[in-house]
Design a protein around this ligand. Structure first.
Ligand code: XUL
Length: 516
């Protein structure tokens, strides 16, 4: 039996995906929702944004409890974890965990009789883990940019201009505001490499896929960039783990997991990567040719790139592709929470939001447009949240639904142009990708067919596929078995869509510029 486990530590939940590469099946999926299942942390959506000023953080102890809980749930569900040959994972990108020198020893000596969080709580040099939603570091981005000699230079080195949510600017802010805590920090991990270290029972490397989301790694060399690291904060180079290729096997799983959950002591632990790089793999898009849209807490659009390309506007990013080469990514903060805000405003359920509302309105919404930025936006940069319509009036719930969706996907189409590719088809994933109405709006706005795979758990699946591939299984075979398009679910653009949305794209672009 060849079983591989992928764990996806996202903003709101931790999900486990277990695959069997002998018969090509996904044998178990199990999830812990931070808000619902771990209410004592008081983070209903998995993060705290109550402080204002763009500060958003989470709690690493909650993540550790979630890891214990998801594995316990698998055991309770009757899953025999001793059959797992390899495990890897996917983490929300950019978030960081700050640890004292105690961590390296403690992580190798965890006792199964106690929880992970109880044993590691006093190894945190900072209780909070800033996450990707934090945009409080404009000052630090400006300082890094000025020292390096401009945005283009930061972008040439790291694949992105200095970006508020990226780890380097976040570290700089922490070092400036809390010098004593920064000095007490021995190690700074990404969410991905933090979890990977826990599983391995040792301090493991950051992979080149997720490492590229830090403004600290030299993208072409795949190594820390000395100048970026030195500019970001004093003494930072000694606090960063190594950076390695995503397929590196860090060793076998820690005895904590062997004794507590029944893993085999031979189970290999493979470096984790970011959620978007893992999703690229899980969507069967690791090789160039497919454009992927992922609908989650953030919406993202990404594709594999053989050569690194840079977005002249600075919104898009070049990351490492975990299977080699590079990937592009543009991230939109107003994803599922914006869709939910409209659904909840009119007390709709998802079917009323998706199918019914869209059937009451026509493509183009009779010229009504919305800038769908309920929260401050990353792409394009909007420092304050607040939606805007291009026309006053008492708009119906159905008009609101179409306006939020058309606004989101016109904005996405506009900010994907830097890739210079005209996609022939789009692969759609993420929680909301099952909604046929939403998929139809995407097919119409981009005027191409939208394909969906059998599972929406592309990040967890990608992590499981990465584990299998690092343990010697062929990526081509894994992709052909696990990343099959479910043809019954393909959505075609409606007739006339190209004309409607080509015209709307320029009106939307002008409307956006007028409100910036
Ligand atoms: C990507 C980004 C988000 C997070 C959370 O740059 O910030 O997509 O990875 O999923």
């Amino acid at each position: 039996m060849a079983h591989f486990l992928g764990l996806d530590a996202s903003t709101q939940s931790l999900t486990a995906v277990l695959i069997d590469t002998d018969d090509g099946s996904i044998i178990h999926v199990c999830s812990v929702n931070f808000g619902k299942d771990l209410p004592s942390f008081g983070l209903p959506h998995g993060y705290d944004d109550s402080r204002g000023g763009g500060v958003v953080f989470s709690n690493p102890l909650m993540w550790l409890d979630a890891l214990d809980l998801v594995l316990q749930r698998m055991v309770d569900d009757g899953v025999d974890l001793s059959s797992v040959r390899g495990v890897s994972g996917s983490g929300q990108q950019h978030g960081s965990v700050y640890l004292t020198s105690e961590f390296r020893q403690r992580v190798g000596d965890l006792q199964p009789s106690k929880s992970l969080s109880a044993q590691l709580a006093d190894c945190l040099s900072r209780d909070e883990a800033p996450i990707w939603m934090d945009n409080s570091t404009s000052q630090e981005c400006a300082e890094i940019t000025a020292t390096l000699g401009g945005s283009q230079e930061v972008c040439r080195r790291s694949g992105s201009v200095a970006t508020e949510r990226f780890t380097g600017p976040q570290i700089r802010k922490f070092a400036k505001e809390s010098p004593a805590q920064y000095a007490a920090t021995d190690r700074i991990h990404l969410v991905s490499s933090f979890f990977a270290s826990i599983l391995a029972g040792s301090d493991v490397a950051i992979d080149r896929g997720d490492g590229a989301g830090m403004n600290l790694m030299n993208l072409s060399r795949g190594e820390w960039d000395d100048e970026l690291v030195a500019t970001t904060a004093d003494g930072l180079s000694g606090k960063l783990p190594d950076v390695k290729e995503s397929s590196a096997v860090s060793g076998s799983i820690s005895t904590y997991f062997v004794e507590k959950y029944g893993f085999s002591s031979d189970c290999a632990t493979v470096l984790w990567s970011g959620d978007n790089p893992c999703s690229l793999v899980g969507m069967g898009a690791a090789q160039p040719g497919s454009l992927v849209i992922s609908l989650g807490t953030s919406d993202t659009v990404f594709a594999s790139m053989p050569e690194a390309k840079f977005d002249p506007q600075g919104f898009g990013h070049a990351f490492g592709n975990p299977m080699g080469g590079f990937m592009s990514l543009t991230c939109f903060k107003n994803g599922s929470l914006a869709r939910e805000a409209v659904k909840d405003r009119f007390e709709l359920d998802w079917s009323a939001f998706d199918a019914e509302s869209l059937s009451e309105t026509a493509m183009g919404n009779g010229g009504l447009m919305m800038l769908p930025f309920f929260e401050p936006e990353i792409t394009p940069r909007m420092d304050t949240g607040g939606i805007v319509f291009n026309r006053d009036g008492d708009h119906s719930p159905a008009q609101w639904v179409r306006a939020v969706l058309e606004g989101q996907f016109l904005n996405m189409r506009l900010h994907s142009q830097w890739l210079g590719i005209a996609p022939q088809r789009i692969r759609l994933t993420g929680g909301a990708s099952r909604n046929n109405g939403i998929a139809q709006v995407i097919a119409n706005v981009f005027a191409v067919p939208v394909d969906r795979l059998v599972t929406t758990e592309s990040a967890g699946l990608g992590a499981a596929i990465r584990a299998a591939s690092a343990c010697g299984e062929s990526l081509d075979v894994l992709e052909s078995v696990f990343c099959k398009v479910d043809e019954a679910f393909t959505v075609m653009p409606e007739s006339g869509a190209a004309e409607v949305y080509d015209a709307l794209l320029s009106s939307f672009s002008e409307f956006l510029v007028s409100k910036k």
